[in-house]
Write a protein that binds this ligand. Structure first.
Ligand SMILES: NC(=O)c1ccc[n+]([C@@H]2O[C@H](COP(=O)([O-])OP(=O)(O)OC[C@H]3O[C@@H](n4cnc5c(N)ncnc54)[C@H](O)[C@@H]3O)[C@@H](O)[C@H]2O)c1
Length: 266
């Protein structure tokens, strides 16, 4: 897929990776970019700055009716959706003691919203025999996000669901990509780093912290090659390979890094 004359929808479009994707898609010649976010005011500001090719919608991706309405309204307005980027995501932090409300929110935003998205967009894409779903998952969906059990479990589920879709619908013309960045300089990571959270420090110590624009560059390249796994940080491929070949050795390495970072603080 290249973006020229394409109609794209991006959730979580109010900032960070979502707004960088939108700017980049427009630079690549997209016909329309629909940006949706819980923060209606911020997403309107992003769309206004991009210009008339962008359209803003305030919505909660955990509400299936709102996702369906977004898809129907976009198809009515622009005739089709070529690329749907389910990019909205939340990191709650916490371990086994994280409240059920946090597990529930992580599940609804990071996984169930992707299911609602697929349900809403697939019928028209299957009729046309083409369409691309891009889920912003995370390296946490292939590895482990230290300090955030709900994020780790739900991002693994998001990668698993994306792979299931890819296997099930590829021969019907549907492409699916799982975008799995590691550290990206957005409020999600920057706030954790500013607060000195161990999980954020592990991410920063595990590789480069990329800008959202660098993630958008990698996404454009991955979409062009119709790759399932889009890894803006090449080191994540090496970590995932190591984890698959030697899970115990990989976990030992991660525990060692955690011990070192804890010791640095004392
Ligand atoms: N920043 C990182 O280091 C990093 C690394 C890997 C993956 N990711 C993933 O990238 C995606 C984008 O995150 P980001 O880094 O740009 O952070 P961000 O916090 O700037 O963006 C997330 C956006 O999702 C929106 N959102 C949250 N819940 C929503 C809901 N219920 N309905 C609609 N919108 C909602 C937020 O308002 C926000 O604008 C997320 O899925 C995140 O998990 C981020």
């Amino acid at each position: 897929m290249n973006l020229t004359d394409r109609v794209a929808v991006i959730t979580g479009g109010a900032g960070g990776i979502g707004s960088a994707l939108a700017r980049r898609f427009v630079a690549e010649g997209a016909a329309a970019v629909v940006l949706a976010d819980l923060d209606a005011e911020a997403v309107r500001a992003v769309a206004a700055e991009i210009g008339p090719v962008a359209h803003a919608v305030g919505l909660d991706v955990t509400d299936e009716e709102q996702v369906r309405a977004l898809v129907e309204e976009t198809e009515r307005r622009y005739g089709r959706i070529d690329l749907f980027c389910a990019n909205a995501g939340v990191a709650t932090g916490g371990g086994v003691d994280a409240p059920d409300a946090d597990w529930d929110r992580a599940w609804r935003v990071n996984v169930l919203a992707h299911v609602h998205t697929a349900r809403a967009v697939l019928p028209a894409m299957l009729r046309r025999g083409s369409g691309h779903l891009l889920f912003t998952c995370s390296a946490a969906g292939l590895l482990t996000a230290v300090g955030d059990a709900p994020y780790t479990a739900t991002k693994h589920a998001a990668v698993g669901f994306a792979e299931w879709l890819a296997v099930t619908y590829r021969d019907a013309g549907i492409r699916v990509s799982a975008l799995c960045p590691q550290g990206v300089d957005t409020p999600m990571l920057a706030d954790g780093l500013a607060a000195g959270h161990l999980g954020a420090r592990v991410i920063a110590a595990s590789g480069a912290v990329l800008t959202p624009d660098q993630v958008a560059d990698a996404t454009i390249a991955g979409l062009a090659e119709e790759r399932f796994l889009i890894l803006p940080h090449p080191e994540v491929a090496a970590y995932a390979r190591r984890r698959a070949e030697d899970p115990d050795g990989w976990q030992a390495g991660l525990r060692k890094l955690v011990r070192r970072l804890r010791a640095d603080r004392q």
